[in-house]
Design a protein around this ligand. Structure first.
Ligand code: TYM
Length: 331
């Protein structure tokens, strides 16, 4: 199993419910690799002075959320050179057309204009494919927004195998079914996903938010017009606001949003219970985070051991791929 997270911005509830929680739950299912993808962060403008602390902070949050260095390999992408090396081989497998169809590239390039978009933003999904294929991952636990990138990874693996002989495992996207936290929406803009780069910080619950802030964000969450006794119902199309609240509560409680809806007739009690549930979910993670921050040496040593293990595995796959395309391996 392999998955990754960008270090840009703080960990939020969408990351936790859509991905990180499942990483923690499944970390002992075979060999598992989780990666802070710092090279992906270079695809957009950012301050070098912020990247280093942000990368270490993200690794610390992942440990606080429950990744256990004895149960999984946690590492930084830039510390394993095979990621960029395999990217080249896969760039020579991917086509311009298929990368141009990636909606994330289209959205992000549209914001500042395609002419000035970094080439790395265009080839971003190829680096992501390299991340996954290096570890022979058959499962990639991600949120719904990564579906298209996973499809591309599968396509590149199949094409490479067809062209050069069996080399890569074709991975499956382990995306939870709809309604199980795979797509948490912004509390202020329930038609957009909750994200680190949200226009309104009130719409995103961060793992470091204190209880008062969480309560306030949930209380002010946009709901839909109260249309009578069954106002609290799960219907993401006509009631995106309340459906999102139901989905978050259901995901925290391990239930179905339709079932949670049956417990409520008014928005107020739903919001009160949701705030309480989120606070209980994040409080132990915040306490663990504080503990880890008091011992930065411990985080560094986890990452050092992680990079060493990841490198051992990644090297072998890179050599297999290099051999397959006809490169002369060092003797
Ligand atoms: P990133 O850093 O945007 O997000 C990390 C994980 O969190 C999930 N996620 C969400 N899930 C539910 N609701 C939301 N609102 C929400 N927002 C984010 C994402 O789906 C993701 O699983 N390209 C990736 C990072 C990456 C990667 C990889 C992932 C690089 N290489 C290889 C898997 C495998 C990204 O930007 O995730």
């Amino acid at each position: 199993m392999f998955s990754g997270i960008q270090p840009t911005g703080d960990l939020h509830l969408g990351n936790l419910l859509g991905a990180v929680r499942w990483w923690v739950e499944d970390q002992r299912q075979g060999e598992t690799f989780y990666c802070v993808v710092d090279l992906h962060a270079l695809t957009e403008p950012g301050d070098p002075a912020e990247l280093r602390p942000a990368t270490l902070t993200m690794a610390t949050w992942l440990l606080a959320a429950g990744l256990d260095p004895d149960g999984c390999t946690l590492f930084l992408q830039s510390q394993v050179p095979a990621h960029t090396q395999l990217t080249w081989l896969l760039e020579c497998t991917a086509s311009m057309g298929e990368l141009r169809r990636m909606t994330q590239f289209k959205d992000k390039a549209a914001r500042h204009g395609e002419e000035s978009a970094r080439v790395g933003l265009f080839t971003y999904p190829v680096l992501m494919a390299a991340d996954i294929l290096l570890y022979d991952a058959d499962q990639v636990p991600v949120g719904d927004d990564q579906r298209q990138h996973l499809e591309l990874t599968r396509e590149l693996a199949r094409r490479f195998n067809a062209r050069y002989g069996p080399t890569f495992v074709v991975p499956e996207a382990a995306i939870r079914p709809p309604g199980r936290g795979n797509r948490i929406m912004d509390l202020q803009e329930p038609n957009d996903k909750m994200s680190k780069s949200s226009v309104s910080p009130q719409g995103t619950i961060y793992l470091l938010d204190d209880p008062v802030t969480i309560e306030r964000k949930v209380k002010r969450a946009v709901t839909d017009p109260d249309d009578g006794p069954d106002a609290v119902r799960y219907d993401p199309v006509t009631k995106p606001g309340v459906s999102n609240l139901l989905e978050i509560l259901a995901s925290v409680q391990g239930r179905r949003p339709q079932d949670v809806a049956g417990d409520y007739t008014r928005y107020g009690p739903l919001k009160a219970d949701l705030a309480a549930a989120v606070i209980s979910l994040v409080e132990p993670i915040q306490a663990a985070y504080l503990k880890w921050t008091q011992d930065p040496g411990a985080v560094s040593s986890v990452l050092r051991a992680g990079a060493e293990r990841a490198d051992q595995v990644a090297r072998v796959t890179l050599a297999r791929a290099s051999d397959a395309v006809g490169l002369v391996l060092p003797s």
